[in-house]
Design a protein around this ligand. Structure first.
Ligand code: F6P
Length: 504
């Protein structure tokens, strides 16, 4: 029974009062646990059975969802309402995959048609010919395309794409060393077209073309932005500007023209299939019953550990080289979205917000950080992501070992092992979730990334925060600007001394 009158505070009190049996006991206490805690959707298997979510916990979370108007918040997201209150706009990444307000879906389709037209022109060598693609962007304007190309690009072999984000000149220089300027397409990706790192890197890339006798450097540039006027003012030809909607947030933008280098490298069909995979996950999130809803159950688990059990971090390990960039992609998605200390109305949060997301690649991480996970004093909910079909053609022993290690870690964290010597004892009862993909293809990757987006949204909705702004990044940018413009007088002695020592 759920309580329709509960407040968020009362729901949290109820959650704190639920007894927490050991994980291993849960399988005896709830004989049908596996069938209830495993969800199969869009070629992905989400296994929440090794978490402490019990029937009683889930009932209390349903009360929290009611108290936070979860269903109405989700409807507002899909309706294209102004869910990003502090910036007075909608968050319409779902429209890019055909879900959402009809006008926004139509605008996204028009953008995709333009992207496709430009890809056709590049492939037909009406522009170019290009062999190399230098994608310049940072944060959400780089992490998504980089992940897609790294995950799915192995067999594509169409263009050699480098993604450069850091303002450290070495990042660009390394690409300059291996790319042919005459055959390089420069892609400038910036929602605002003002980000200092991106604009400096773009200017240096243009100079590199000019210094290598490229006759028309601007003719080799395209721009992906929500500020098309700024791109044109910068010098990009209007026909090579692919403008996406202001209502698509930076870290949610890989479905828009920000995904252009991935669509170029992987082929348009692959990009479209990825959008369809994401749309399937959107539909699941919108329509599935709460207790059979993968992003929502994942959010319940996240919040249970962060709020009720005080876990300050969560770790994601991709047991697949192709998903090596997933943890850093998730760091921006989850921490820039939900690293907040006030609700969307400005009231202080009464419970902790997003945990710190970190992680790595299995099996490498087992030989580096897993010691702490098994025997350290911190509680770290772990997420394993693995793929059934191998990405390699070597002896099957490789993939077999990879998957066996992944599943063994989850089992070991949960079961632990007693020992007379405390240094050799494993306490166990350490939670994990496992996401298993049938295979890694565009549809399943699209569904996986949409799952993470909707899980992030669900976390925010259950906390009452706005996941679509990021005011916290502005102060550092402003201070960097003021050092350049006004000098160092107003700063503290430590900062002044560092600047004097390093920059004179
Ligand atoms: O500084 C944070 C941020 O605004 C991110 O949210 C964004 O993805 C990134 O910078 C890049 O911004 P832009 O696409 O406008 O260059």
């Amino acid at each position: 029974m759920t309580d329709a009158t509960a407040t968020p505070a009362a729901a949290w009190d109820a959650l704190r009062a639920v007894p927490t049996p050991r994980l291993t006991d849960l399988f005896t206490a709830e004989p049908d646990r596996l069938s209830r805690m495993v969800i199969e959707e869009a070629g992905l298997r989400f296994d929440f059975a090794k978490t402490h979510l019990t029937q009683a916990t889930l009932a209390a979370f349903l009360d929290l969802a009611t108290a936070q108007d979860f269903a109405a918040r989700r409807d507002a997201l899909f309706a294209g309402a102004a869910v990003n209150g502090s910036e007075g706009r909608a968050a319409e990444h779902v429209a890019e995959r055909g879900q959402g307000a009809p006008d926004s879906v139509a605008a996204a389709r028009a953008l995709h048609a333009r992207m496709r037209g430009l890809i056709d022109a590049i492939e037909a060598e009406a522009i170019g010919p290009f062999r190399h693609v230098l994608h310049i962007g940072i944060g959400g304007s780089a992490l998504g395309p980089d992940l897609l190309i790294d995950a799915l690009g192995d067999d594509a072999g169409r263009y050699d794409v480098a993604v450069v984000s850091n303002v450290d000149g070495l990042a660009l220089e390394r690409v300059f060393r291996r790319f042919d300027p005459a055959a390089t397409l420069i892609v400038i990706a910036s929602k605002t077209f003002t980000t200092t790192e991106t604009m400096l890197n773009a200017a240096s890339a243009l100079s590199w073309l000019a210094e290598h006798d490229v006759e028309d450097p601007y003719g080799q540039v395209i721009a992906l932005t929500a500020a098309p006027d700024k791109a044109v003012e910068w010098g990009v030809d209007e026909t090579r500007v692919l403008p996406f909607a202001e209502s698509v947030g930076g870290r949610y933008s890989l479905w828009s023209s920000i995904g252009f280098p991935a669509a170029l490298a992987l082929g348009w069909d692959a990009f479209e299939t990825m959008l369809e995979g994401a749309a399937a996950m959107d539909r699941h999130f919108r329509l599935a019953e709460p207790l059979a809803n993968a992003p929502l159950l994942a959010a319940f688990s996240d919040l249970y550990y962060a709020v009720v059990r005080g876990a300050e971090t969560r770790a994601v390990f991709a047991y697949d080289e192709r998903l090596a960039l997933l943890p850093s992609y998730l760091q921006q998605l989850e921490m820039e979205s939900n690293g907040k200390r006030v609700t969307s109305t400005g009231a202080p949060l009464e419970v902790p917000s997003a945990p710190i997301t970190w992680g790595g690649v299995g099996t490498d991480a087992q030989h580096a950080v897993f010691q702490l996970l098994h025997q350290g004093t911190h509680l770290v909910p772990v997420e394993f992501v693995a793929v059934i079909e191998p990405g390699d053609a070597l002896d099957e022993a490789h993939h077999h070992a990879l998957l066996v290690n992944c599943f063994a870690q989850g089992a070991a964290l949960m079961a632990g092992q007693a020992h007379d010597d405390p240094q050799r004892a494993y306490p166990g009862d350490r939670p994990s979730t496992t996401i298993l993909l049938d295979r890694l293809d565009p549809a399943r990757l699209g569904a996986l990334l949409a799952f993470y987006e909707q899980r992030t949204f669900a976390n925010a909705a259950l906390l009452g925060i706005n996941p679509f702004d990021q005011w916290g990044v502005e102060l550092g940018k402003a201070i960097a600007r003021s050092i350049a413009e006004e000098g160092t007088e107003r700063f503290d002695p430590s900062t002044r001394a560092l600047i004097a020592r390093a920059l004179g």
